[in-house]
Write a protein that binds this ligand. Structure first.
Ligand SMILES: Cc1ncc(COP(=O)(O)O)c(C=O)c1O
Length: 433
């Protein structure tokens, strides 16, 4: 009999954003037309990349150097450029180009960072959280997640006393991680909270791990406030990428910015192991890296970011206006990224709630799916069978809060409005059924 070859943490690998697609595709096979509202890919949702960005990429494709490997850390000129930008932030941590390491997407960086964290060291994460973080953290040791809560009744803010308490009573915690601006909640953490995270990290000798992939998508009064501006002397890793900003998710291009590496020998050895692991893969994709100084450095880029932020602000306010009127839902107006999470009030679910399915085969399929799953999944599956709208249940983001996430990515104002309204009406119908 062969020794078990399945990783002890394999059961923790969960990615509801794509898992829901499996069900949607089955329902499509049963005659349902699907409207995809589940994934954070602006290109799939028909955003047109700015012609001047495409022109830069076209030019780089014609350069032979863009077809080769690059240094393991990444293209030198790009790292010089990015380090200069970090160092230009007033009062921020200073880094060198060698403190930047490129990956094939932020997801690749997340995978490496969690995988190379010692099995006995835990990273404390919020709930809800983008599940690539929570799945990787749980998979590493096959252990249950260790979370602090984001409170939907308090603008999705964490209770910092709870964070402090969890850290205090769990000596295995070596780091605190979060996403800012956040997926799935759409919050941008206020500066005081960020400074408090750094203060707790300093006091308990932790490192900070902040996924800043959406850091330049802020609106409704929120401004980017980077990790380098509040880490001070705390060892820290910021994760950045171009998937959401250009946007170019297919480039699979992201990097980490490492802060205060040399102030902490253990953290330094940890970062060295991440680099060594990347060396085994040779390097990350060269071409998109070459484009970064030209795109970020273009005089057109600040306007590009401003225009997109204004678009997402308008869409987020539209979503908020619709969902905040629905009895039984708790909503918060998003301030960043391009998501909004809506939570069902306590006590709104009871057995037998349903939406009219489009045909008997769908009815049968959905009834089977809805056995022993939380209320939000029952709603989401019913919505698929009834209206063909594919959204992500909130419990797919490592939380026991029932709700769902919508995106602000549909480019057609009328279609988006109708879509949000249809989801809102379906909530009322489902809860009253
Ligand atoms: C918070 C967060 N981190 C990372 C990723 C993955 O980004 P990338 O395309 O750079 O792998 C996503 C994608 O949706 C995300 O929302």
């Amino acid at each position: 009999m062969r020794t078990n070859i399945v990783h002890e943490g394999a059961g923790f690998l969960e990615y509801e954003i794509r898992q829901i697609v499996e069900h949607a595709n089955r329902m499509r096979g049963m005659g349902q037309k699907i409207t995809w509202e589940n994934i954070g890919d602006p290109i799939a949702m028909k955003e047109e990349v700015a012609p001047w960005i495409k022109e830069i990429v076209r030019d780089i494709v014609s350069q032979n150097a863009s077809w080769g490997y690059c240094q393991t850390r990444g293209v030198q000129e790009t790292r010089d450029f990015l380090a200069d930008r970090v160092n230009a932030r007033e009062g921020g941590v200073q880094i060198s180009p060698d403190d930047i390491i490129f990956f094939n997407g932020t997801a690749d960086a997340i995978d490496k960072v969690y995988e190379l964290t010692h099995r006995n060291a835990r990273i404390l994460l919020p709930a809800p959280i983008y599940s690539t973080h929570s799945s990787n953290e749980s998979k590493r040791g096959g252990y249950d997640p260790l979370h602090f809560r984001l409170d939907p009744k308090n603008n999705w803010l964490p209770d910092m006393e709870e964070v402090r308490r969890i850290v205090h009573y769990n000596p295995s915690i070596a780091g605190i991680g979060f996403v800012n601006p956040d997926n799935p909640t759409g919050i941008v953490y206020p500066r005081e909270i960020l400074e408090e995270f750094a203060e707790i990290a300093r006091q308990y000798d932790l490192f900070l791990l902040v996924d800043e992939i959406y850091s330049h998508i802020c609106y409704n009064g929120a401004e980017p406030f980077h990790l380098s501006q509040y880490a001070h002397d705390v060892p820290a890793i910021s994760m950045r990428g171009i998937s959401k900003e250009y946007p170019w998710p297919g480039a699979r291009c992201a990097w980490i910015e490492v802060m205060n590496k040399n102030k902490d020998p253990n953290f330094s050895a940890f970062i060295d192991s991440i680099l060594a692991s990347k060396m085994l893969e040779v390097c990350a994709t060269t071409l998109p890296q070459i484009s970064i100084p030209r795109v970020f450095g273009s005089p057109k880029y600040p306007e590009h970011l401003k225009t997109r932020a204004a678009i997402f602000e308008k869409r987020a306010n539209q979503a908020y206006d619709i969902f905040s009127k629905v009895p039984g839902l708790i909503c918060h107006r998003p301030q960043g990224a391009f998501y909004m999470s809506v939570v069902f009030e306590d006590g709104v679910f009871h057995p037998g709630q349903k939406l009219q399915a489009a045909n008997p085969q769908l009815r049968e399929y959905v009834d089977a799916l809805c056995q022993n799953v939380p209320g939000d999944k029952q709603f989401v599956y019913n919505l698929l069978a009834s209206k063909g709208i594919c959204i992500v249940p909130l419990t797919g983001f490592a939380t026991d809060l029932c709700g769902f996430r919508v995106t602000m990515l549909n480019t057609d104002d009328t279609v988006r409005n109708t879509l949000f309204q249809e989801i809102a009406d379906s909530v009322t119908e489902f809860l009253n059924s």
